[in-house]
Design a protein around this ligand. Structure first.
Ligand code: HEC
Ligand SMILES: [Cu+2]
Length: 495
């Protein structure tokens, strides 16, 4: 400490004196900080220019799966066509205000030699016409813009024909007539979809009074809407996860809710956003003009892995969709001992995974086990869920037809080597081939075993989760490489 002080005193080359012979050096020293801050300001300006340009250029990116400005369905088109004129009006006002301000500033500029502190500019305060003008003009503008906006909001709320008409999209035998309703359940951090297959609504008659609630259900039963989504689910419905499959060219009505916290459902090329709120049902709809894959993203901050909670919707042509639905309604195959690897995987799955995941192979029992407080982690391995409707996997994805989907884990990973989770499926026809194949098609796409094994052995390492709080999947350090191979072999049969 002392030596440093001493150094300072002895080695400072230019002590701040004002002797005439040193004034030059002193002046330089006084000026230095200013020059430095100017150059720093320049650097900041350059950096922000580069950042701004980078942002601008990124807007020109090709192939933008989340682009609101590339609508691919009537709902998204309605939003887009509402936005365009409003952006034009905004643009005109922006140019008028900004350039008007600059022009007035330049015009009213006082030359430095004429500057007089006491010389105030002309005061417009109290100018009646001006003040009324700039109050009324924006009010009129907003009133005009609100007409198409409010109209648009009403239109976006419109669902398919009155449920009382009895029209229903999908029949229990897989044949279809009328409309399809899908329930969307936000989960931390993935999506569950339930298809109202038998057209009796989404819920069971939990209180046994003969009435069920649902968009197609007669009337509505308030008691059944105060449900726990675990127990109120209709056993006859179809439950899938992470990849919503819809028929192209048809409006699908959605009912959105959430199991845990508020999420937001958003597939920008098909429609705007709608929040999924625990304990509430929100209606929304989707329609894609053409077959294809449409990507989305959860847009309400929902904790740890919010950024890794994506969604994927695949639109298929009518006949393709029928084929898909028909396949989804089949029970999963129960492996035979003859196929050793798959059999071993099946055993492992029963022992380690069935306490959370559901594979509907016809062996699910529907016990009267309505115990909301039981922790699935404490259940004996191999026992079924602690609620009536065993079809819903509760806080874990239903895996009955796992191998027919192209994405998993909140649509962040692709099942197939050669298909990136970010890539749209090139040809929607191929999707069905992936689906009905044995999970290991010969074409360009092969089941990506490595990524699945990595996930099963240590999922929390791939995606931050809190499995102890029933939010996510635990890791399985005890599973050997061979076990993982067997599990993947079994999962590949779930097509
Ligand atoms: C404690 C409950 C729990 C157990 C036990 C469990 N999982 Fe999971 N699993 C989850 C949850 C929750 C997710 C969803 C995680 C996410 O995507 O954020 C998941 C996701 C998956 C997925 C991806 C599914 C999809 O469509 O996104 C697969 C595959 C999977 N688990 C396989 C297994 C296997 C195999 C086992 C047994 C070795 C197992 N899980 C055991 C809770 C569990
Ligand atoms: Cu979310």
């Amino acid at each position: 400490m002392t030596s440093r002080l001493g150094d300072d005193v002895t080695t400072d080359p230019s002590p701040p004196t004002l002797h005439s012979d040193q004034s030059g050096a002193t002046l330089e020293k006084v000026m230095a900080p200013t020059t430095r801050s100017t150059s720093r300001r320049l650097t900041t300006m350059k950096l922000s220019l580069v950042a701004g340009l980078a942002l601008l250029i990124s807007a020109c990116a090709e192939d933008k799966p989340l682009n609101t400005f590339e609508p691919r369905g009537p709902r998204a088109e309605a939003i887009d066509s509402m936005m365009t004129p409003i952006w034009i009006i905004m643009g005109v006002i922006f140019v008028l205000v900004v350039f008007g301000t600059i022009a007035i500033a330049i015009k009213g500029r006082v030359a430095p030699e004429d500057y007089d502190e006491d010389d105030l500019p002309v005061q417009t305060h109290g100018n009646f016409n001006l003040e009324i003008g700039w109050t009324i003009a924006p009010a009129i503008l907003l009133a005009v813009i609100s007409i198409p906006t409010v109209q648009g909001i009403w239109e976006l709320e419109e669902t398919n024909a009155d449920p009382a008409s009895g029209e229903c999209r999908a029949n229990a035998d897989g044949s279809r007539s009328g409309e399809l309703d899908v329930m969307v359940i936000g989960q931390q951090w993935w999506w569950e979809y339930r298809y109202d297959i038998d057209c009796d609504g989404f819920f069971e008659d939990v209180d046994g009074d003969g009435e069920i609630y649902g968009p197609n259900g007669a009337g509505g039963d308030i008691d059944d809407t105060e449900w726990d989504i675990n127990i109120a689910l209709d056993d006859d419905d179809l439950v899938i996860a992470n990849q919503l499959v819809i028929p192209a060219g048809e409006q699908i009505d959605l009912e959105l809710t959430s199991r845990d916290v508020i999420h937001s459902f958003w597939i920008p090329r098909l429609n705007g956003k709608r929040d999924t709120v625990p304990g509430r049902l929100h209606t929304w709809s989707l329609e894609a003009n053409d077959p294809g894959e449409y990507t989305g993203w959860c847009t309400e901050f929902c904790g740890l892995s919010h950024a890794r909670m994506r969604m994927s919707a695949v639109a298929l042509s009518g006949p393709d969709f029928d084929a898909w639905l028909d396949n989804q309604l089949q029970l999963a195959d129960v492996p035979t001992e003859a196929d050793e690897d798959v059999w071993a995987g099946y055993q492992l799955f029963q022992a380690n995974c069935m306490s959370c995941h559901v594979v509907n192979d016809g062996n699910l029992s529907y016990g009267p086990l309505v115990d909301e407080d039981a922790d699935p982690l404490d259940l004996e391995p191999g026992t079924v869920k602690d609620f009536e409707a065993a079809l819903t996997a509760g806080a874990a994805p239903n895996l009955t037809h796992f191998a027919t989907r192209t994405v998993f884990a909140g649509a962040i990973f692709s099942h197939y080597a050669g298909l990136d989770a970010d890539d749209d499926i090139v040809d929607p026809g191929e999707y069905l081939e992936l689906s009905v194949d044995d999970g290991n098609p010969d074409g360009d796409y092969r089941l990506n075993e490595a990524i699945l094994k990595r996930w099963i052995s240590n999922a929390p390492d791939q995606k931050a989760m809190a499995p102890d709080d029933l939010r996510g999947m635990p890791s399985f350090p005890a599973l050997s490489e061979e076990d993982l191979d067997h599990l993947v072999a079994y999962l590949a049969t779930l097509d």
